[in-house]
Write a protein that binds this ligand. Structure first.
Ligand code: NAP
Length: 555
């Protein structure tokens, strides 16, 4: 049901009131609720899904699995929690991560303050009252002083604009919005579109089930074998003996992941040593492969040594040289998010799989019974869209967010998102964003990024509460300075050399702006802490007491 109330009507509606409204019950929203309660604030979460877990609730496609090791992809804020939980595999599967999310929700008694099946349609700041009115698609209204967008970076599934998609008579599934009920894929003629992380995980599973699987590939991607395995109990025990220290050490690493990162240039070692190092990392498995040398994401010559190594591996695994050639990526390795897989390339040796290269046979249309690429028609029963997300800003742009002077966030971000520290955007007081654009977010173990952002927001709320402050807002000049810094940090990296969702170019009409902050977790966290210690430098804080009315340091 559409929310059709006018702004004036909505303003006058009696609505349950909270100190904090949190949008989203993923890992960010759950931790935010926990900390808000610890501060003695009243808080509620509004969540579209009927359960917790956020992106892990929706991404339940066969093969969905995290590519950060389980011992690290979990909350660190509670020693008891990290000691009591046991992961069964080196890399956790989606069902296990969802089980963990539910465990956390129960342990911290979060469910009583989560309103499920509540998709937020709008959030409107009422000036004068200094209140956010948040309304759901179902027509419910809530009011709060503080609003925290815990909407996730990879939560708005991107459906491709393929002519005729709506006419297809078979089933269509999107990996990012997979049905909650069981899906029968056995003995189907399946077409899978997309070969990013999701496609690379789902393809081997689909191939096991399908009568025939057609993989429609536009851009091949780099993937490293995950070498997933049952959790080694000695390894788990080792972690648990010094969990807190290891979590702290992880936060000294750029991606917030405790890993073995090379400090030398790839070009400063002999070809033999380099090969040995790449072989060692290939055998160890996982996305840590690109940590082999310090300049793999900065220097194209260095990068091509790693890229060529992986291309050679693909050619060794895939028996048909023509297919291997099509699967060999040409962009710099790591410039698009690197993938981790289980038997992805080997799956292309199966008799029931056909790789269709969309670069030479462009996708023409979907019709009732299949799909045409180039001049060839492929008869299909089922379409699996592994076509990714409107990343980082997509979930926010689905909500009608209105700040001061009726400025909409969509309008403000028309040429690309602007934030201060990724946490707030000027013109939208009291609206916090967790892992927003301009923060390290997707370039990290996102749970680390989430915990750090949420803790910062909670500390900020505590500061505001003790001072009786009414509003906090990023200044335009602080925001400008931060965005300049974010842009400069991305310059000189190879991230901008590929057409990726980091830049938003996978979404038609989205401005091409590199959105994450590449400065790394330690640098970012230090800046965030300094800003707070410095009385929230770059924010205007206004409140009841006259002293707070004085504008704090600007810019
Ligand atoms: P993605 O990386 O954006 O990949 C989407 C794929 O769909 C690309 O191959 C893209 O081709 C293709 N595509 C999109 N529109 C198309 C169209 N109209 N016609 C043909 N092909 C089209 O999305 P994703 O695989 O869902 O992954 C997104 C991110 O989610 C990952 O990078 C990762 O951060 C996260 N993720 C993580 C895991 C994990 O932890 N293991 C698993 C899944 C996802 P082009 O490249 O040519 O655009």
């Amino acid at each position: 049901m559409q929310n059709t109330d006018s702004l004036e009507q909505r303003s006058s509606i009696e609505a349950p009131s909270f100190d904090v409204i949190i949008v989203g019950a993923g890992f960010a929203g759950m931790y935010m609720l926990h900390l808000a309660r610890e501060l003695g604030l009243t808080a509620t979460i509004l969540e579209t899904a009927p359960g917790v877990g956020g992106t892990w609730f929706w991404n339940r496609y066969p093969g969905a699995r995290c590519d950060v090791e389980s011992m690290q992809y979990s909350y660190s804020f509670c020693e008891e929690l990290q000691q009591e939980w046991s992961w069964s595999e080196r890399y956790a599967s989606q069902p296990e991560i969802l089980k963990y999310a539910n465990h956390v929700a129960n342990k911290f008694d979060l469910l009583r303050d989560i309103r499920f099946n509540s998709r937020v349609a709008s959030a409107i700041f009422h000036e004068g009252e200094d209140v956010w009115q948040v309304s759901t698609a179902g027509g419910e209204h809530y009011r709060a002083k503080w609003c925290v967008m815990a909407t996730g970076c990879l939560s708005a599934a991107q459906r491709p604009n393929i002519p005729g998609l709506g006419t297809f008579k078979g089933e269509i599934y999107h990996t990012g919005n997979w049905p909650q009920e069981p899906v029968d894929l056995a003995s189907r003629k399946i077409g899978a579109i997309g070969t990013g992380s999701s496609g690379i995980q789902v393809v081997p599973e689909l191939a096991k089930l399908a009568k025939h699987l057609y993989v429609f590939q536009r851009t091949p991607n780099f993937s490293i074998p995950a070498r997933n395995q049952p959790m080694d109990s000695a390894y788990e025990a080792e972690w648990k003996q010094s969990y807190a220290e290891r979590r702290m050490a992880a936060r000294t690493m750029p991606a917030g992941i405790l890993s073995d990162i090379g400090t030398k240039s790839a070009l400063a070692v002999s070809p033999e040593d380099r090969l040995q190092e790449y072989e060692r990392r290939w055998a160890a498995g996982g996305t840590g492969f690109t940590g082999a040398y310090s300049d793999l994401l900065k220097n194209e010559d260095a990068n091509s040594t790693a890229a060529e190594f992986v291309r050679k591996k693909i050619r060794e695994v895939v028996t048909d040289p023509a297919v291997a050639n099509l699967l060999a990526p040409v962009h710099p390795i790591g410039s698009k998010r690197i993938c981790a897989d289980t038997n992805y390339f080997a799956t292309f040796n199966r008799q029931n799989l056909t790789l269709v290269d969309l670069r030479s046979n462009p996708l023409q249309e979907v019709s009732e019974n299949g799909l045409t690429a180039g001049s060839q028609f492929y008869e299909l029963d089922t379409l699996v869209l592994a076509t990714g997300f409107d990343a980082i800003t997509g979930a926010l742009s689905k909500i009608d967010i209105v700040g001061r002077q009726a400025l909409t966030l969509k309008e403000k971000w028309r040429d690309g998102p602007n934030t201060y520290l990724g946490l707030m955007t000027s013109g939208f007081p009291n609206l916090f964003i967790v892992t927003g654009p301009g923060s390290p977010s997707v370039l990290t173990n996102v749970i680390v990024a989430i915990e750090d952002n949420v803790k910062w927001i909670a500390d900020c709320l505590a500061y505001l509460k003790t001072r009786g402050a009414e509003t906090i807002e990023a200044t335009a000049s602080a925001e400008e300075g931060w965005m300049e810094h974010v842009g400069q940090a991305a310059e000189g990296t190879l991230y901008t050399k590929a057409k990726s969702w980091y830049l938003g170019v996978n979404v038609p009409g989205k401005p091409a702006v590199f959105m994450p902050y590449v400065g790394g977790v330690p640098t970012y966290q230090k800046i965030c802490e300094e800003v707070a210690t410095d009385g929230y430098r770059g924010f205007v804080i206004e409140g009841r007491s006259e002293s707070l009315r004085a504008r704090q340091a600007v810019g």
